[in-house]
Design a protein around this ligand. Structure first.
Ligand code: KG4
Ligand code: ZN
Length: 344
Protein backbone atom coordinates (compact mmCIF):
# COMPACT_ATOMS: atom_id res chain seq x y z
CA UNK A 1 0.00 0.00 0.00
CA UNK A 2 1.18 3.54 -0.73
CA UNK A 3 1.64 5.83 2.21
CA UNK A 4 1.18 9.61 2.09
CA UNK A 5 4.92 10.25 1.78
CA UNK A 6 5.08 8.20 -1.44
CA UNK A 7 2.70 10.61 -3.07
CA UNK A 8 4.84 13.65 -2.36
CA UNK A 9 6.36 15.19 -5.46
CA UNK A 10 9.98 16.35 -5.12
CA UNK A 11 11.37 18.61 -7.80
CA UNK A 12 15.07 19.33 -8.21
CA UNK A 13 15.04 22.69 -10.00
CA UNK A 14 17.87 24.40 -11.88
CA UNK A 15 18.03 28.07 -12.98
CA UNK A 16 20.84 29.70 -14.99
CA UNK A 17 19.12 32.14 -17.36
CA UNK A 18 21.08 35.25 -16.42
CA UNK A 19 23.62 35.98 -13.69
CA UNK A 20 22.57 33.65 -10.85
CA UNK A 21 23.47 29.97 -10.79
CA UNK A 22 20.68 28.47 -8.69
CA UNK A 23 19.25 25.13 -7.63
CA UNK A 24 16.51 24.12 -5.22
CA UNK A 25 14.51 21.17 -3.93
CA UNK A 26 10.78 21.86 -3.66
CA UNK A 27 8.12 19.55 -2.21
CA UNK A 28 4.64 19.60 -3.75
CA UNK A 29 5.21 22.94 -5.46
CA UNK A 30 5.02 25.07 -2.34
CA UNK A 31 7.46 23.84 0.27
CA UNK A 32 11.11 24.83 -0.21
CA UNK A 33 13.53 22.27 1.24
CA UNK A 34 16.58 24.11 -0.09
CA UNK A 35 17.28 27.14 -2.27
CA UNK A 36 20.93 27.72 -3.14
CA UNK A 37 21.93 30.78 -5.18
CA UNK A 38 25.44 31.62 -6.39
CA UNK A 39 25.25 35.23 -7.54
CA UNK A 40 27.70 36.64 -10.09
CA UNK A 41 26.75 40.23 -9.28
CA UNK A 42 30.17 41.18 -7.90
CA UNK A 43 31.84 39.95 -11.06
CA UNK A 44 29.52 41.83 -13.46
CA UNK A 45 29.66 45.00 -11.34
CA UNK A 46 33.20 45.46 -12.67
CA UNK A 47 31.71 45.92 -16.17
CA UNK A 48 28.54 47.81 -15.20
CA UNK A 49 26.22 45.05 -16.41
CA UNK A 50 25.94 41.36 -17.22
CA UNK A 51 28.60 40.15 -19.70
CA UNK A 52 27.01 37.07 -21.36
CA UNK A 53 30.25 35.20 -22.08
CA UNK A 54 31.44 35.60 -18.49
CA UNK A 55 28.01 34.56 -17.19
CA UNK A 56 28.11 31.28 -19.16
CA UNK A 57 31.62 30.46 -17.99
CA UNK A 58 30.76 31.15 -14.35
CA UNK A 59 27.63 28.98 -14.57
CA UNK A 60 29.80 26.08 -15.78
CA UNK A 61 32.17 26.58 -12.86
CA UNK A 62 29.43 26.75 -10.25
CA UNK A 63 26.55 24.57 -11.36
CA UNK A 64 27.70 21.22 -9.97
CA UNK A 65 28.52 22.71 -6.58
CA UNK A 66 25.20 24.54 -6.41
CA UNK A 67 23.18 21.42 -7.24
CA UNK A 68 25.13 19.32 -4.76
CA UNK A 69 24.56 21.95 -2.07
CA UNK A 70 20.82 22.08 -2.83
CA UNK A 71 20.48 18.30 -2.50
CA UNK A 72 22.60 18.24 0.65
CA UNK A 73 20.65 21.04 2.31
CA UNK A 74 17.35 19.36 1.49
CA UNK A 75 18.65 16.14 3.09
CA UNK A 76 17.18 14.28 0.10
CA UNK A 77 19.21 12.07 -2.23
CA UNK A 78 18.88 12.49 -5.98
CA UNK A 79 17.14 9.07 -6.18
CA UNK A 80 14.21 10.48 -4.17
CA UNK A 81 13.54 13.26 -6.68
CA UNK A 82 10.37 12.85 -8.73
CA UNK A 83 11.54 15.03 -11.63
CA UNK A 84 14.22 17.51 -12.72
CA UNK A 85 12.97 20.97 -13.73
CA UNK A 86 15.07 23.53 -15.57
CA UNK A 87 14.64 27.03 -17.01
CA UNK A 88 14.97 26.76 -20.81
CA UNK A 89 13.98 30.36 -21.69
CA UNK A 90 13.83 33.28 -21.96
CA UNK A 91 17.33 34.45 -21.08
CA UNK A 92 20.91 34.53 -22.33
CA UNK A 93 21.39 31.59 -24.68
CA UNK A 94 24.83 30.53 -23.39
CA UNK A 95 23.71 30.85 -19.78
CA UNK A 96 20.49 28.88 -20.35
CA UNK A 97 22.40 26.12 -22.17
CA UNK A 98 24.50 25.38 -19.09
CA UNK A 99 21.41 24.65 -16.98
CA UNK A 100 19.62 22.77 -19.74
CA UNK A 101 22.61 20.50 -20.52
CA UNK A 102 23.14 19.83 -16.82
CA UNK A 103 19.47 19.03 -16.19
CA UNK A 104 19.36 16.68 -19.17
CA UNK A 105 22.48 14.85 -17.99
CA UNK A 106 21.15 14.46 -14.43
CA UNK A 107 17.67 13.40 -15.54
CA UNK A 108 19.03 10.91 -18.10
CA UNK A 109 21.59 9.48 -15.70
CA UNK A 110 19.16 9.13 -12.81
CA UNK A 111 16.25 7.96 -14.97
CA UNK A 112 14.01 10.87 -13.99
CA UNK A 113 11.54 12.86 -16.08
CA UNK A 114 12.72 16.26 -17.35
CA UNK A 115 10.46 19.33 -17.21
CA UNK A 116 11.44 22.51 -19.07
CA UNK A 117 10.18 25.63 -17.31
CA UNK A 118 9.46 29.14 -18.57
CA UNK A 119 11.50 31.62 -16.52
CA UNK A 120 8.61 34.08 -16.17
CA UNK A 121 6.20 31.36 -15.08
CA UNK A 122 8.83 30.71 -12.40
CA UNK A 123 8.73 34.32 -11.25
CA UNK A 124 4.92 34.22 -10.99
CA UNK A 125 5.05 30.88 -9.14
CA UNK A 126 7.30 32.35 -6.40
CA UNK A 127 4.03 33.68 -5.02
CA UNK A 128 2.72 30.13 -4.45
CA UNK A 129 5.65 29.44 -2.13
CA UNK A 130 5.10 32.39 0.17
CA UNK A 131 1.28 32.29 0.03
CA UNK A 132 -0.02 28.75 0.53
CA UNK A 133 -3.61 29.99 0.12
CA UNK A 134 -3.05 31.74 -3.23
CA UNK A 135 -4.70 30.06 -6.18
CA UNK A 136 -5.47 31.30 -9.71
CA UNK A 137 -7.20 33.21 -11.13
CA UNK A 138 -5.53 36.52 -10.29
CA UNK A 139 -3.94 39.55 -11.93
CA UNK A 140 -0.13 39.54 -11.89
CA UNK A 141 2.30 42.35 -12.56
CA UNK A 142 5.59 40.84 -13.74
CA UNK A 143 8.48 43.30 -13.47
CA UNK A 144 12.01 42.03 -13.93
CA UNK A 145 15.25 43.08 -15.57
CA UNK A 146 14.15 41.74 -18.93
CA UNK A 147 10.34 41.72 -18.76
CA UNK A 148 7.37 43.87 -17.91
CA UNK A 149 4.00 42.18 -18.34
CA UNK A 150 0.55 42.62 -16.90
CA UNK A 151 -1.26 39.29 -17.10
CA UNK A 152 -4.24 37.34 -15.90
CA UNK A 153 -3.02 34.08 -14.36
CA UNK A 154 -6.04 32.02 -15.43
CA UNK A 155 -4.74 28.75 -14.06
CA UNK A 156 -1.34 27.30 -13.14
CA UNK A 157 0.88 28.06 -16.14
CA UNK A 158 -2.01 29.60 -18.13
CA UNK A 159 -1.65 33.29 -18.91
CA UNK A 160 -3.63 35.92 -20.73
CA UNK A 161 -1.40 38.87 -21.54
CA UNK A 162 -3.15 42.20 -20.95
CA UNK A 163 -0.20 44.50 -21.50
CA UNK A 164 3.55 44.63 -21.89
CA UNK A 165 6.35 47.13 -22.27
CA UNK A 166 6.85 48.61 -25.71
CA UNK A 167 10.54 49.24 -25.13
CA UNK A 168 12.65 48.90 -21.95
CA UNK A 169 11.69 46.58 -19.09
CA UNK A 170 11.04 48.24 -15.72
CA UNK A 171 14.22 46.77 -14.19
CA UNK A 172 16.23 47.85 -17.23
CA UNK A 173 15.00 51.44 -16.71
CA UNK A 174 16.14 51.28 -13.07
CA UNK A 175 19.53 49.92 -14.14
CA UNK A 176 20.04 52.55 -16.87
CA UNK A 177 19.05 55.50 -14.67
CA UNK A 178 21.27 54.20 -11.85
CA UNK A 179 24.20 54.03 -14.25
CA UNK A 180 23.51 57.58 -15.51
CA UNK A 181 23.68 59.02 -11.99
CA UNK A 182 26.70 56.92 -11.05
CA UNK A 183 25.02 54.53 -8.62
CA UNK A 184 26.35 51.44 -10.42
CA UNK A 185 25.05 47.95 -11.07
CA UNK A 186 22.56 46.47 -10.28
CA UNK A 187 20.63 49.72 -10.30
CA UNK A 188 17.26 48.70 -8.87
CA UNK A 189 18.28 48.12 -5.25
CA UNK A 190 20.59 51.17 -5.34
CA UNK A 191 17.83 53.52 -6.60
CA UNK A 192 15.45 51.99 -4.05
CA UNK A 193 17.86 52.79 -1.20
CA UNK A 194 18.90 56.26 -2.40
CA UNK A 195 15.27 57.26 -3.08
CA UNK A 196 14.47 56.87 0.61
CA UNK A 197 16.48 60.04 1.26
CA UNK A 198 14.77 61.99 -1.55
CA UNK A 199 11.48 63.72 -2.38
CA UNK A 200 9.41 61.83 -5.00
CA UNK A 201 7.63 65.07 -5.94
CA UNK A 202 10.84 67.10 -6.44
CA UNK A 203 10.97 66.56 -10.23
CA UNK A 204 7.92 65.86 -12.38
CA UNK A 205 8.88 63.14 -14.87
CA UNK A 206 6.51 61.85 -17.60
CA UNK A 207 4.42 58.77 -16.88
CA UNK A 208 5.21 55.64 -18.89
CA UNK A 209 1.80 55.33 -20.56
CA UNK A 210 0.96 54.28 -24.11
CA UNK A 211 -1.88 56.09 -25.86
CA UNK A 212 -4.76 53.77 -26.71
CA UNK A 213 -3.25 50.76 -24.91
CA UNK A 214 -4.41 51.05 -21.29
CA UNK A 215 -2.30 48.17 -19.98
CA UNK A 216 0.90 48.69 -21.95
CA UNK A 217 4.00 50.39 -20.62
CA UNK A 218 6.78 52.45 -22.16
CA UNK A 219 9.83 53.42 -20.14
CA UNK A 220 12.15 54.82 -22.81
CA UNK A 221 10.54 58.31 -22.71
CA UNK A 222 10.97 58.44 -18.96
CA UNK A 223 14.57 57.29 -19.25
CA UNK A 224 15.26 60.01 -21.86
CA UNK A 225 13.59 62.61 -19.63
CA UNK A 226 15.94 61.67 -16.79
CA UNK A 227 18.99 61.84 -19.08
CA UNK A 228 17.85 65.23 -20.47
CA UNK A 229 17.35 66.53 -16.95
CA UNK A 230 20.90 65.46 -16.04
CA UNK A 231 22.44 66.93 -19.21
CA UNK A 232 20.60 70.20 -18.75
CA UNK A 233 21.72 70.49 -15.12
CA UNK A 234 25.32 69.70 -16.09
CA UNK A 235 25.28 72.30 -18.87
CA UNK A 236 23.91 74.94 -16.53
CA UNK A 237 26.43 73.93 -13.88
CA UNK A 238 23.60 73.11 -11.47
CA UNK A 239 23.96 70.61 -8.65
CA UNK A 240 21.70 67.54 -9.05
CA UNK A 241 20.23 65.95 -5.93
CA UNK A 242 20.65 62.24 -6.67
CA UNK A 243 18.18 61.22 -3.92
CA UNK A 244 15.51 63.58 -5.31
CA UNK A 245 16.13 62.38 -8.85
CA UNK A 246 16.04 58.70 -7.79
CA UNK A 247 12.84 59.21 -5.77
CA UNK A 248 11.11 61.16 -8.58
CA UNK A 249 12.10 58.62 -11.24
CA UNK A 250 11.02 55.72 -9.03
CA UNK A 251 7.72 57.41 -8.30
CA UNK A 252 7.03 57.88 -12.02
CA UNK A 253 7.62 54.14 -12.62
CA UNK A 254 5.68 52.99 -9.57
CA UNK A 255 2.71 55.28 -10.30
CA UNK A 256 2.10 53.68 -13.71
CA UNK A 257 2.75 50.10 -12.56
CA UNK A 258 0.25 50.49 -9.71
CA UNK A 259 -2.45 52.33 -11.64
CA UNK A 260 -2.42 49.86 -14.57
CA UNK A 261 -2.55 46.86 -12.24
CA UNK A 262 -5.37 48.11 -10.05
CA UNK A 263 -7.32 49.33 -13.10
CA UNK A 264 -7.04 45.90 -14.75
CA UNK A 265 -8.28 44.13 -11.61
CA UNK A 266 -11.23 46.51 -11.28
CA UNK A 267 -12.26 46.49 -14.95
CA UNK A 268 -11.89 42.73 -15.38
CA UNK A 269 -13.42 41.88 -12.00
CA UNK A 270 -10.55 40.12 -10.20
CA UNK A 271 -10.18 40.49 -6.44
CA UNK A 272 -6.58 39.22 -6.15
CA UNK A 273 -3.41 40.94 -7.36
CA UNK A 274 0.13 39.55 -7.27
CA UNK A 275 3.55 40.90 -8.20
CA UNK A 276 6.60 39.01 -9.46
CA UNK A 277 10.19 39.57 -10.64
CA UNK A 278 13.18 41.47 -9.30
CA UNK A 279 11.47 44.88 -9.30
CA UNK A 280 8.64 43.45 -7.16
CA UNK A 281 11.05 43.75 -4.23
CA UNK A 282 11.14 47.55 -4.68
CA UNK A 283 10.00 49.08 -1.41
CA UNK A 284 8.10 52.03 -2.96
CA UNK A 285 6.27 49.73 -5.38
CA UNK A 286 5.25 47.44 -2.53
CA UNK A 287 4.06 50.33 -0.42
CA UNK A 288 2.08 52.09 -3.17
CA UNK A 289 0.55 48.82 -4.37
CA UNK A 290 -0.43 47.95 -0.79
CA UNK A 291 -2.07 51.34 -0.36
CA UNK A 292 -3.94 51.17 -3.69
CA UNK A 293 -5.13 47.60 -3.11
CA UNK A 294 -6.35 48.46 0.37
CA UNK A 295 -8.26 51.45 -0.99
CA UNK A 296 -9.96 49.35 -3.68
CA UNK A 297 -10.51 46.19 -1.59
CA UNK A 298 -8.06 43.96 -3.48
CA UNK A 299 -6.00 41.23 -1.82
CA UNK A 300 -2.29 41.72 -2.58
CA UNK A 301 0.43 39.07 -2.78
CA UNK A 302 4.14 39.36 -3.42
CA UNK A 303 7.09 37.06 -2.71
CA UNK A 304 9.79 37.76 -0.12
CA UNK A 305 12.75 39.63 -1.73
CA UNK A 306 14.92 36.51 -2.05
CA UNK A 307 12.18 34.83 -4.11
CA UNK A 308 11.58 37.96 -6.26
CA UNK A 309 15.01 37.92 -7.92
CA UNK A 310 16.21 34.86 -9.84
CA UNK A 311 16.28 31.64 -7.80
CA UNK A 312 15.75 27.89 -8.17
CA UNK A 313 12.79 27.54 -5.80
CA UNK A 314 10.47 29.47 -8.12
CA UNK A 315 11.44 27.10 -10.97
CA UNK A 316 10.65 24.17 -8.64
CA UNK A 317 7.20 25.62 -7.92
CA UNK A 318 6.41 26.19 -11.61
CA UNK A 319 7.97 22.83 -12.51
CA UNK A 320 5.66 21.07 -10.05
CA UNK A 321 2.51 22.45 -11.69
CA UNK A 322 3.84 21.64 -15.17
CA UNK A 323 4.71 18.12 -14.00
CA UNK A 324 1.23 17.65 -12.52
CA UNK A 325 -0.26 18.66 -15.87
CA UNK A 326 1.72 15.87 -17.54
CA UNK A 327 4.27 18.15 -19.23
CA UNK A 328 7.54 16.30 -19.98
CA UNK A 329 10.48 17.53 -22.04
CA UNK A 330 12.43 15.35 -24.44
CA UNK A 331 16.19 14.82 -24.51
CA UNK A 332 16.19 17.32 -27.36
CA UNK A 333 15.17 20.17 -25.01
CA UNK A 334 17.04 23.28 -26.13
CA UNK A 335 17.56 26.79 -24.74
CA UNK A 336 15.06 29.26 -26.23
CA UNK A 337 16.44 32.74 -25.53
CA UNK A 338 13.31 34.62 -26.65
CA UNK A 339 10.66 32.18 -25.44
CA UNK A 340 7.31 34.02 -25.23
CA UNK A 341 5.06 33.85 -22.21
CA UNK A 342 2.44 31.14 -22.69
CA UNK A 343 4.59 29.32 -25.29
CA UNK A 344 5.89 25.80 -24.76
O1 KG4 B 1 13.92 39.02 -11.95
P1 KG4 B 1 15.33 39.39 -11.96
O2 KG4 B 1 16.24 38.88 -10.89
O3 KG4 B 1 16.03 39.01 -13.30
C1 KG4 B 1 15.38 38.94 -14.54
O4 KG4 B 1 14.72 37.92 -14.82
O5 KG4 B 1 15.52 39.96 -15.27
O6 KG4 B 1 15.35 40.98 -11.96
C2 KG4 B 1 16.50 41.74 -11.91
C3 KG4 B 1 16.08 43.19 -12.02
C4 KG4 B 1 17.26 44.15 -12.18
O7 KG4 B 1 16.96 45.05 -13.23
C5 KG4 B 1 17.32 44.86 -10.84
O8 KG4 B 1 17.83 46.18 -10.93
C6 KG4 B 1 15.84 44.86 -10.45
O9 KG4 B 1 15.37 43.60 -10.85
N1 KG4 B 1 15.66 45.02 -8.99
C7 KG4 B 1 15.05 46.09 -8.44
C8 KG4 B 1 15.13 45.93 -7.03
N2 KG4 B 1 15.78 44.75 -6.78
C9 KG4 B 1 16.09 44.21 -8.00
N3 KG4 B 1 14.47 47.16 -9.00
C10 KG4 B 1 13.94 48.08 -8.19
N4 KG4 B 1 14.00 48.01 -6.84
C11 KG4 B 1 14.58 46.96 -6.21
N5 KG4 B 1 14.62 46.90 -4.88
ZN1 ZN C 1 14.26 36.62 -13.67
Amino acid sequence: MMNIADKDVYILAIESSCDETAAAVVRNGREVLSNVIASQIDLHTLYGGVVPEIASRKHIEKINQVIEAALKESAMPLEEMTAIAVTYGPGLVGALLVGVAEAKAIAYGAGKPLVGVHHIEGHVSANFIDHPDLEPPFICLIVSGGHTHLVVVKDYGEFEILGRTRDDAAGEAFDKVARAVGLGYPGGPKIDKTAREGDPKAIRFPRAKVEGAPYDFSFSGLKSAVLNYLNHARMMGEEVSVPDLAASFQYAVVDVLVSHTVEAAKVLGYDKVAMAGGVASNSALREEMRRACKRTGLALYYPSPILCTDNGAMIGAAGYYEYQKGIRSGWDLNAVPNLKLGER
